[in-house]
Design a protein around this ligand. Structure first.
Ligand SMILES: Nc1nc2c([nH]c(=O)n2[C@H]2C[C@H](O)[C@@H](COP(=O)(O)OP(=O)(O)OP(=O)(O)O)O2)c(=O)[nH]1
Length: 127
């Protein structure tokens, strides 16, 4: 099983950053929480901070880990491990994604999320 971390980056207005995968990536044009695969000998937290710097050019600080979601796609099974984070430094530059949006809670469910992310969105929205 492939372990993948992802960041729910929340701003002062309680909006969350969603990123759209590019046409060239797997799951093209699906929306996701930015992040990526954990490398050998890397902690989930270090992976997340590294991936967000690589993909979005920003530094984040992790506030909280949420329950992970195991999802089986036709070609692989992933464990998606979400973290609530704060953006602490840098301006967003998209290095891999096609687009991004800051969304209020009531806007999150309208996106075409990667399948593995849907339960994470619901869990985040649950009081
Ligand atoms: N980063 C991230 N990946 C996700 C999410 N939801 C989801 O199904 N995935 C999948 C897409 C990828 O197959 C894998 C994460 O790998 P990655 O972010 O390094 O993506 P990648 O472009 O290297 O993927 P690939 O080319 O190796 O297929 O997990 C999510 O919210 N964030």
């Amino acid at each position: 099983m492939i372990k993948v971390t992802c960041a729910l980056i929340v701003d002062e207005q309680d909006r969350v950053l969603a990123a759209q995968r590019s046409k060239k990536m797997s799951l093209p044009l699906k929306w996701e929480f930015p992040g990526g695969k954990i490398e050998p000998n890397e902690t989930a937290e270090n992976c997340l901070v590294r991936e967000i710097k690589e993909e979005l050019n920003i530094e984040v600080q992790i506030s909280k880990e949420l329950p992970s979601n195991i999802h089986t796609y036709p070609k692989m099974t992933i464990e998606l491990i979400p973290f609530i984070c704060k953006h602490i430094n840098g301006d967003i530059i998209l290095r891999e994604h096609a687009n991004f949006q800051w969304l209020c809670k009531n806007e999150l469910l309208a996106l075409d999320w990667a399948d593995a992310d849907v339960p994470i969105v619901y869990r985040y929205l649950k009081p």
